[in-house]
Design a protein around this ligand. Structure first.
Ligand SMILES: CC(=O)/C=C/C=C(C)/C=C/C1=C(C)CCCC1(C)C
Ligand SMILES: CC(/C=C/C=O)=C\C=C\C=O
Ligand code: FE2
Length: 560
């Protein structure tokens, strides 16, 4: 398959995967007419025939495959069970005390529906998005959840089958012609999902947007009713089909990375509040590999954007496959090495690109600049939830693995990986654990910080850690990078979601605030939990009428 190349209508030889950027690349080079599109469609058809000759039928997914995942109701923790109903809202009875200063709505997004009819999805990341809200006011708590009405979700419900390409699921085709049709839709991007199931952000202008890794999966929602209001249309002509699922969002800007699959690299872009137009800050070329590394997230300092180039790279042939590979749409290229690039936010210049030890991360935690006594920036520190350069965590997040826990200690080890990037022209950066990983049970992911410390030297982070034996992060942990200690919260059999820090208005201490998490209990129940940001002790909890599935990332919408 590596030798399979498409040629675009302009005669450029490009890999099938770079054709995903077809609109962008051809437009840039030649403009884009209807006539060109037709010529392209004809060529595409011929190329699909070529692919069909070299790829086995199971890889093409023409034949519906009998790949239902077994679901054992006794083993099925509510965290990994589809949400019970489309929507619900109600006031919760609070045990303990919600601080009166906590006024606003915590929103949490995540993949909450993992089946259509009797077809069960395979991977945690495939589920249709469920948005949850916790509205705090006057010590009271109103909760609710609602399915996000993406095109992918609506089409699946209407047609009773998967209709778009999800993280690991691919629509099944009745026959070869249907496959060819779908292939062309893949290349134009129209068959990609808009299932915005990863995160939710509040833009500086107040709009609230749910996101995933496809750009079309940027959906505006109403933070009160949780209604899906429509697609967030980027008004620029930057093109491309994918972006980082975790933009950096402040009241002043929205920064994100657009991987360039045609000429391996990344565009660093910025969007101002009140606009839908992303403007290019600069471009980074990859230092290794046949394709850019997966960029689920990236960190910034006050003056720089750090662009990670992981050896886990986007992969053309895995994208075309219908049956998931252990690394899904990605491939591990250790020989291509790992790099971190540093771009100046003001000028767009790449000030350094350093090789670093191989790493695997979904989530960067924060980054900051280190200065010498004359105030010159000498290096950058960038922290992430690092999986010891082991990609097996991706497969561990298959629903089959999450649902069948028999008490074995199978969660792969993770740590807070701390990169040190020298700015003196040296070619290599360092990677070490920021604290002993035993402090948090060698589980580490789903992090948050006090947002006032974004890009600045910071002391605390909140994340999910592990109490072993376990198969998934099952604790909430507060990390102290000065004392190199962690405080852990644990409830036997419970699956907590990302601890989200909200600062007390007027606070001067970094950890003065509360930490919010939603807990899925082993008995099928669930509750909202508030911990004190400083002591990390419980201050309030409120039982939900039924347990909710696991969720990913959240945001805070303060009450105006
Ligand atoms: C839920 C989560 O964290 C990640 C979701 C990732 C998705 C939906 C990725 C989708 C993709 C495609 C459908 C095709 C192109 C590659 C890729 C961005 C992985
Ligand atoms: C839930 C998760 C990793 C857990 C590992 O310990 C990763 C989620 C990634 C997407 O947002
Ligand atoms: Fe994420």
């Amino acid at each position: 398959m590596d030798s399979l190349w498409f040629s675009d209508i302009c005669g450029h030889h490009v890999s099938p995967f770079t054709m995903l950027d077809f609109d962008q690349s051809c437009h840039r080079k030649h403009g884009f007419s209807l006539e060109n599109k037709l010529v392209f469609a004809r060529k595409l058809y011929k190329q699909a025939l070529t692919i069909a000759r070299v790829v086995s039928p199971s890889q093409l997914a023409i034949v519906p495959s009998p790949d239902k995942e077994p679901v054992d109701p006794d083993q099925n923790h509510v965290a990994w069970t589809s949400v019970k109903q489309e929507r619900w809202e109600g006031e919760l009875v609070v045990q303990g005390e919600i601080p009166l200063w906590l006024k606003g709505t915590y929103l949490r997004n995540g993949p909450g529906l993992w089946h259509i009819e009797d077809y069960n999805f395979r991977h945690l990341f495939d589920g249709y998005a469920t948005l949850v809200k916790l509205h705090f006011e006057d010590g009271r708590l109103i909760a609710g959840h609602r399915q996000i009405e993406s095109e992918a979700y609506k089409a699946a419900k209407k047609n009773k089958k998967i209709c778009f390409r999800e993280f690991s699921e691919v629509p099944k085709h009745e026959n070869f012609m249907a496959y060819v049709g779908d292939l062309s839709k893949l290349l134009s991007g129209s068959s990609l999902t808009d299932n915005a199931n990863t995160g939710v952000v509040k833009l500086g202008d107040g709009r609230v947007v749910c996101l995933t890794e496809t750009q079309k999966g940027s959906l505006v929602i109403d933070p009160n009713s949780l209604e899906t209001l429509g697609r967030f249309e980027y008004s620029d002509s930057l093109g491309g089909l994918i972006h980082s699922a975790h933009p950096i969002v402040t009241d002043a800007e929205f920064l994100t990375l657009l991987p360039d699959l045609l000429k391996p690299g990344y565009l660093v872009v910025r969007m101002e509040p009140g606009t839908n137009e992303r403007k290019v800050i600069g471009r980074v070329n990859c230092s290794g590999g046949p394709a850019p590394g997966w960029v689920h997230s990236f960190p910034v300092t006050q003056h720089y954007v750090v662009v990670p180039e992981m050896p886990l790279r986007y992969c053309a042939q895995n994208l075309l496959r219908a049956e998931p590979t252990p690394l899904y749409k990605f491939q591990w290229h250790p020989q291509s090495k790992a790099f971190l690039h540093v771009m100046c936010k003001a000028s767009g210049k790449v000030v350094t690109s350093v090789e670093v030890p191989l790493f695997v991360t979904f989530h960067f935690i924060n980054a900051y600049e280190e200065e010498d006594e004359d105030g010159r920036v000498t290096s950058i520190i960038a922290d992430c939830c690092e999986h010891h350069a082991d990609t097996s965590i991706l497969d561990q997040l298959r629903l089959k693995n999450l649902r069948f826990f028999k008490g074995e200690d199978v969660l792969p080890d993770a740590r807070v990986g701390r990169f040190k990037i020298p700015l003196d022209g040296s070619r290599n950066g360092k990677l070490e654990a920021a604290l002993d990983a035993d402090e948090h049970g060698r589980g580490m992911d789903m992090c948050s910080i006090n947002p006032a410390y974004l890009g600045k030297k910071y002391r605390y982070a909140y994340a999910c850690g592990a109490q072993r034996p376990c198969h998934f992060p099952n604790t909430l942990t507060k990390l102290d990078f000065v004392e190199k200690k962690a405080k852990n919260w644990y409830d036997e059999g419970a699956v907590p979601s990302e601890p989200f820090f909200v600062a007390r208005p007027g606070a001067t201490e970094e950890d003065d605030g509360v930490v919010i998490s939603l807990i899925s209990e082993k008995n099928g129940g669930g509750y909202a939990l508030l911990l004190d940001g400083s002591t990390f002790k419980e201050i309030a909890r409120a039982k939900l009428p039924y347990g909710l599935p696991y969720g990913l990332h959240g945001c805070w919408v303060p009450k105006k």
